[in-house]
Design a protein around this ligand. Structure first.
Ligand code: AMP
Length: 355
């Protein structure tokens, strides 16, 4: 067990790192952020920061020597960097978990091997591959870079008549995935935590509504029937167990037009669709991460009340004052000085009375 007073190293300096650092501080831990960014949201609330590139081996080794356990708050860390520091210090989740989750082809292949559905997909590494894949997958389809895409970046929907050559050349990637377009009735996600001795705890399934490919609203709980919610939780627990997760994992799923679940994406870290847990759950996803990686007992995941989380994206944040006078609103701002279109600046959770 890593006891309070120890230092948790967090790779990544964004809002997820910030909220993890705040939760760690509540339990008496110190935090050390590793980020290339100056004045990162997480650094503003952490004990220490190392500013260096994610590929800077010397800086990573020095960081590993100063902390008691390491976690990461986003997937775009090269897994080779994690593999290297894993030799010096425990990394949770492990580099092997990150390796699966940061590449959409590896991720979906792994999920299908567990007997869990995803959209039908094909690997694409060239224009001729894309033409063949398009015949197998059929239109409409979604072409995504295998790595480094987020919030709809590196993604394009293909329709009959799409100019495949231009699309492939514009994508500028060596590896992509072509997926069938899922006619979903809703998108849901489940966050599962797995800690010492393989103990698991799930948060209730929630519904996610995206705007311009970015999460806009999370509805807690998802308005789906109990059996489907339980199936979604069972999928999340199965994945977390098989990959030997230590930490938290978000599993994003589609409910298709026949009411079946298809896994879209895995994120082995706290997730935007779990921000409501800070204000409406007995234990937040961030505290749960700290508990899991420090071998503390996992916390209760019962929701205290229904809730709705709204992201404050770009200029939305200018309305922050109005939430202060709403007694059911809980405002969280991330300390980002520059407002940019599409940038997550904060979120607000509206508490609703339990049904
Ligand atoms: P992703 O980056 O894979 O999480 O995709 C971002 C969003 O794009 C998802 O939350 C969906 O709203 C949409 N999307 C992604 N893949 C598909 C698909 N195969 N079919 C339909 N919509 C998709």
């Amino acid at each position: 067990m890593i006891e309070p007073g120890a230092t948790i190293g967090i790779i990544g300096g964004g809002q997820l790192g910030r909220m993890t650092a705040l939760a760690a501080a509540n339990l008496g831990y110190k935090t050390h952020i590793f980020t290339p960014e100056k004045d990162a949201p997480a650094s503003q609330v952490a004990t220490h920061t190392t500013i260096a590139e994610y590929t800077d081996a010397e800086a990573l080794e020095a960081f590993a020597a100063k902390v008691d356990v390491i976690t990461f708050e986003f997937e775009n860390v090269p897994h080779e960097s994690l593999e290297m520091i894993e030799k010096k210090r425990k990394v949770c989740p492990s580099a092997s978990v990150l390796k699966i989750c940061r590449n959409r082809l590896r991720e979906k292949t792994f999920i299908n091997e567990l007997g869990i559905r995803t959209a039908f997909f094909k690997s694409v590494t060239s224009l001729s591959d894309l033409k063949l894949a398009a015949m197998a997958v059929r239109f409409p389809a979604v072409l995504k870079t295998a790595e480094l895409g987020y919030d709809g970046k590196g993604q394009v929907t293909l329709k009959t008549g799409s100019d495949l050559r231009t699309i492939w050349e514009t994508m500028q990637t060596h590896e992509a995935i072509l997926e069938s377009f899922v006619e979903f009735s809703r998108e849901i996600s489940v966050i599962v935590a797995r800690g010492a001795h393989g103990q698991t705890r799930c948060y209730p399934a929630v519904q996610n509504i995206h705007k311009n490919h970015i999460l806009d609203t999370t509805i807690v709980p998802a308005p789906i029937d109990k059996a489907l919610a339980e199936e979604a939780e069972a999928i999340a627990v199965k994945i977390a167990t098989v990959i030997n997760l230590k930490g938290v994992l978000a599993v994003e799923m589609f409910v298709d037009d026949e009411g079946r679940l298809l896994v879209n994406e895995l994120a082995p870290r706290p997730h935007n669709s779990g921000h409501w847990t800070i204000d409406a759950s007995a234990t937040s996803q961030f505290e749960q991460l700290v508990r899991a990686i420090c071998d503390l007992p996992l916390g209760d995941t019962t929701r205290r009340c229904d809730a709705e989380m709204k992201n404050l994206i770009g200029d939305d944040v200018k309305n922050w004052k109005k939430f202060l006078t709403d007694k059911n609103a809980r405002l969280h701002l991330y300390g980002k000085s520059e407002i940019r279109a599409g940038r997550k600046m904060g979120h607000v959770t509206f508490l609703k009375s339990a049904k």
